[in-house]
Each structure stands twice: as structure tokens, then as C-alpha cells.
Design a protein around this ligand. Structure first.
Ligand code: SF4
Length: 390
């Protein structure tokens, strides 16, 4: 069986984009009990609609239920579990072992143990396997040889992160947000304090303890070979454009691994694409070595605002594609169009119309509707971006 590519989904639109851009499964949080309280999150009807959409395309839908539960969090959780199970989810991502037991005792739905539990060795995995857990999301801090040993010794379904932000501290074991902002990192309130700049006093240079992002593109083949079952992308707060670019990039790499067409050219092309869509540097962190100073920012880092995303095609009227515009572009610009079927099409903008169908020369109002005649059949949800590959 092929490895699973698992995408975050911050809302219904992003769930749909993730599914059509090549994810095999999506994970998302409801209004309660998940670690991204600031994402839009899913109502019960969103969960139902999201599950139906995913299932129609043969994809799976997982719900996060992975906060650190305190006594007061337990009041409604059992009703909630029943409701969302009936809404059609394929698995819960859980960290509290009492919740694991409750789900396994009462429902026929998979339980995946969250990376919050920092599982890092085969004896823990063996124990958790006996408790009925179907999959374990390993700690991000586990090295390649240890992942391999865990799989060899347990044959457990193992999921690992392959792309996105990292915690400076061991995932799920940080209370910086609690101290600085009174928001509980472990109950969905992380304010990413580790990315702030700090000063000891006015004379000292500010320092940072932020880590670089994770990017495992160069190790995907090796990760498949050692038997990892699911590749997880971080980022429920990320934009639809980010998801489309990252998912399709990893989709091409994974497909090339199975088709025996993976080569240096493909990897370097995808690394170029992935670096454009991120505003932080990246590294492979713990996989192939101990994390060290190459994975870390010590002084403030520059956030590069990304204006590559030009718009998304949401409909076709007669011969005109209707586009929800995002960033500035104009007649004569050479751009790329990415499609859900992994194509990257070069295109020179030769015509532009506003929503009323009047000719315009520039598209410069974020979220306005513009129309373009393009002499190609393009699926809905294709996206326009600046050129990445020139
Ligand atoms: S503050 Fe940083 S290290 Fe702490 S939980 Fe949030 S992202 Fe992780």
C-alpha cells in the first residue's frame, strides 16, 4: 500500500483544496478539544460535509481531540465523541489515554495517538498497541534509525511529520504561552512565543530561540523504504495556496518514488517550489542527525511577506474563467497556473476583465472578482501564481 499524504485543513475550503490537490487524508479540529483554537475550526455540520466530500474522493478525514484534558474538559466530551463519530470521521487523533479507552470501548473508529504524547521508543509503541491504538504519530524528535527500529519491532502504523513548523521545545511540552499570554499551549492557545525576540536588558542584542521549519523532501524515498505509513504536513492555520503548493509538491515526489522516476532534478525543482511558499528557512532537523545550530535562529529573523499567490479559479462562465484575486498582477505578466492534477502551466496574461466584464489592465484589489479568457481547459480550484520555475 502507498504511503498516505496527510494534510491539515483549517476550514472546509482548505479541506476541499487539500483533497483535490493530492492529499490522501485530511485532519482538522472541531470547536473544542483541539490544539489550534485560533483556526476557524469545524462545526458539526462542517465535519459532516467535510467527511462526505473527502469520502466521495476516496480520502479519509481525521478529527483532532488532542488537548491535555483537565477535569473541566471532561464534562461534554463523551457526547461530542458520539456526535462526531456519527458525522463520519475515520479516526480521532487523541493524546489522553482515558479518551483513547473510551473511544475504543464504545465505537468502531480508529484512534491515532497524537505527537503530543512524544512517543519515541518501541516499548512504548508495543504497550500502546496492546491498548488498541491503531496508529502512532511519533515525536518529531525521533531519528531515522529509531523510527526504523520501532517499525521493525512492532509493525505499528507509524505517522511522522514531513513539513512545516516545529516547536522549539519537545512538541506538547511547553508552557511559554501560558506564562506570557495566559493562553494554554496544551489546550489550543499557543501564541508561538518561541518566535518572539527577547532581550536580557537594554544593552544586550535581542536574541531568538526560534527553530527553522521542517522540510523532508530529500528523504521521502528513504522514509517510504523504512516503512512509515503516513506523512503529515503541519499547518492548520496555513492558506489554501500554501496547502495546494505543498501538497502537490510532495504528491509529485511520492508518485515519482513509486514510478521509479525520482531524480535529482525533480527534487531540486520541488525544493525550489517549497522554498518559495515558505517565509522561513528549513531543515531536516532530527531525522538524519541530532538537531544542532544549523536548525536554529539565534538572532531575529526576517519574515518575508509572500505575494506570489495571484488568485484562484472558482467558476467558468462562457469562455471566461472567474477568479478570486489575491495579489497584484497586470496585462503582459508571465505567470504560472497550478492545477489539481499537478500540472504547472506557463501563461502570459493577455486579457483581463472586471466582474462586470469590462476590460481592465491591472488586477489590484485583493478579494475582488476578475475574469480571464485562457485558451486551455482548467479545472475549478486551479490557482494563479508568480513564476517559480524560471
Ligand atoms: S510557544 Fe513555541 S515551543 Fe511552545 S508550544 Fe508554541 S510553538 Fe511550541
Amino acid at each position: 500500500m502507498k504511503v498516505e499524504l496527510l494534510s491539515p485543513a483549517g476550514d472546509l475550503e482548505r479541506l476541499k483544496i487539500a483533497c483535490i490537490y493530492g492529499a490522501d487524508a485530511v485532519y482538522f479540529g472541531g470547536f473544542k478539544y483541539n490544539l489550534r483554537a485560533n483556526a476557524n475550526n469545524f462545526s458539526l455540520s462542517d465535519i459532516k460535509e467535510g467527511c462526505e466530500f473527502a469520502h466521495k474522493l476516496g480520502k479519509k478525514a481525521y478529527l483532532t481531540l488532542n488537548i491535555v484534558f483537565h477535569n473541566e474538559d471532561l464534562t461534554d466530551v463523551y457526547d461530542y465523541i458520539k456526535e462526531v463519530t456519527e458525522a463520519g470521521i475515520d479516526a480521532f487523533i487523541v493524546s489522553d489515554l482515558s479518551i483513547v479507552k473510551y473511544i475504543k470501548d464504545n465505537f468502531k473508529v480508529e484512534v491515532h495517538l497524537s505527537t503530543q504524547d512524544s512517543v519515541s521508543n518501541y516499548l512504548s509503541v508495543t504497550y500502546l498497541q496492546k491498548e488498541g491504538i491503531d496508529r502512532i504519530v511519533l515525536a518529531r524528535e525521533v531519528r531515522r534509525d529509531d523510527i526504523k527500529k520501532i517499525i521493525e519491532k512492532t509493525n505499528m502504523d507509524i505517522e511522522v511529520f514531513i513539513h512545516g513548523a516545529m516547536c522549539t521545545f519537545v512538541s506538547g511540552r511547553c508552557v511559554l504561552s501560558n506564562y506570557f499570554t495566559n493562553r494554554d499551549s496544551n489546550r489550543g492557545g499557543c501564541a508561538q512565543i518561541c518566535r518572539f525576540c527577547f532581550s536580557i536588558n537594554d544593552e544586550e542584542e535581542p536574541f531568538s530561540m526560534a527553530v527553522k521549519d521542517l522540510n523532508m523532501a530529500t528523504y521521502i524515498k528513504d522514509m517510504i523504504d523504512i516503512g512509515i505509513k503516513s506523512f503529515k504536513i503541519e499547518g492548520r492555520m496555513r492558506s489554501p495556496f500554501y496547502l495546494a503548493v505543498v501538497i502537490s509538491s510532495y504528491r509529485r515526489i511520492i508518485n515519482a518514488c513509486y514510478n521509479n522516476t525520482l531524480d535529482e532534478n525533480l527534487i531540486s525543482k520541488e525544493l525550489k517550489i517549497l522554498s518559495r511558499v515558505s517565509n522561513r528557512e528549513n531543515s531536516t532537523h532530527f531525522y538524519n542527525k541530532e538537531a544542532d545550530n544549523r536548525d536554529q535562529y539565534y538572532v531575529g529573523r526576517q519574515e518575508i511577506s509572500n505575494q506570489d499567490y495571484l488568485g484562484i479559479i472558482y467558476a467558468k462562465e462562457n469562455n471566461l474563467y472567474c477568479i478570486r484575486q489575491r495579489n497584484y498582477f497586470k496585462l503582459g505578466d508571465e505567470i504560472e497556473i497550478i492545477t489539481p492534477n499537478m500540472d504547472i502551466i506557463n501563461y502570459k496574461v493577455t486579457n483581463l476583465y472586471n466582474e462586470k466584464g469590462e476590460k481592465i489592465t491591472i488586477a489590484n484589489q485583493a478579494d475582488s472578482i476578475i475574469k480571464i479568457e485562457i485558451d486551455k481547459e482548467l479545472p475549478i480550484y486551479s490557482m494563479l501564481r508568480k513564476c517559480y520555475l524560471k
